[in-house]
Design a protein around this ligand. Sequence first.
Ligand code: C2E
Ligand code: MG
Ligand code: MG
Length: 473
Amino acid sequence: MIVPSRLHAALLTACIALFCCMLLLMIRRYYLEQERMFKRSEDRIRQMAYYDDLTGLPNRRFFREQLDAALEDQRGIVALLSVDIDRFRLFNDTLGHDFGDLILLQSAERLTRCIAEGDVAARMEGDEFILLLRNRNHLEEIEAIAGRIHQIFDSPFIYPDYKLHTTVSIGVALHRPDDEPIDADTLIKHASIALSRAKDQTNSPYVMYTSALDIESYERLRLENELRRAIVDREFELYFQPQFDLATNRMVGVEALIRWNHPERGMVSPGKFITAAEENGLITVIGDWVLSEACRQIKQLHSIGFRGLSVSVNLSSRQFLQQDLADRVAKVLQKEGLEAEYLELEITEGMTMDVERSIDTLRRLNELGVRISIDDFGTGYSSLNYLRKFPIHKLKIDRSFVRDLMEDPNDAAIVSTIISMAHHLGLKVIAEGVETQEQLSYLNHSHCNEIQGYLFCPPVPRDELLHVLMKHA
Ligand code: C2E
Ligand code: MG
Ligand code: MG
């Protein structure tokens, strides 16, 4: 009788011991799992805090820490290369954000291939990347890397239907061991100032920061503030440049060209402020004003007897991308009482990259009865196939082809080809920048429909336009 109860006790003890072991194992596993989860979320938090979500590159914060360390442990030249993809915003807006993301991802990968071990490539924001090169001995090494970046961006980005070529701008800031000590933020700011200068300058592979550039960025900011004031104080004015029909010798239209009547600097041409206004977004306000004012003034000329005169208005890419562009134009026409057939809108080839969207916008403008012309034709990347599909009416041959028409046989051939191609597509052609009688004869001979240029009349203010109109009437 004793034996079985001992056996039971032994079995019970064994069971308890086994249970305890299992419990311990489970507790251990639980703690290990907790630790792993903790580690994972710690990594995730670190990833989020220090790396860019889209490209996986270090972000601004991490980059700053690395730069701090590089400046502290400086044994050679420390260089920052601020890199920005040219026309990225246009691609992103016209081709969609998915494609924009694709460009950013591929750019990150390309830039990483340009640097050596110990260097850092980071994404600062938007399409702005920055490279940190540590302890280099010669400037040539840094120049070589800038050259390599340009080279690597020579190959196109592949999109399902087509290849997209783009370029990059590079701003460089250096710190040599015997320079005055500098902090990370200041060096980053220097690279960014050099970059904004590089974006204006297409002929050099990079721009090196110098203290003179500080003045320029101050100037840019001042221009922006002045533009804001000019809008409020109504300092803009429209000039009009006549356009003539070659077959009838009649003045058929005018191009409205903005001028800035600056209180101190006098009349400022658009070349000096349109790009800045496009960059800071003020162009939409300015563009709205140009459209209303041009329609208002032409309607006035109609009402005093110059019926049949049309007006061409230049659109900026930001305006062309407005979803409600056709509605806005319709409202202006209605408010000013101008018939749509007397308004022509000028767009450039670069604005039509998103083909489907452009066709839709152009179709809606067409439905209003407004005409469309492609300005500066021949300088962008128009595909003939798309040109065929666009509901447009006129091509404006760029001034640069007309300028060298008589000296350069290639330009002469380009001009004749554009004219004959346009006619085959049922489009009219206007040549801009006609300055000499010889250019006029060539254009006449090539059956160009209309011309605009100093030979006949420069852009003039409204009162002078009235004289020109009376002379031609
Ligand atoms: P664009 O639309 O191609 O305008 C033609 C430019 O050529 C005008 O310069 C005009 O003055 C100039 N031009 C005309 N005939 C001749 C000529 O025979 N010889 C030479 N050398 N030049 C000639 P402008 O007025 O300085 O305008 C420059 C550019 O600024 C315009 O080029 C257009 O792209 C832009 N722009 C002007 N007004 C506006 C506007 O209201 N809105 C927008 N978005 N852009 C505008
Ligand atoms: Mg124009
Ligand atoms: Mg033009």
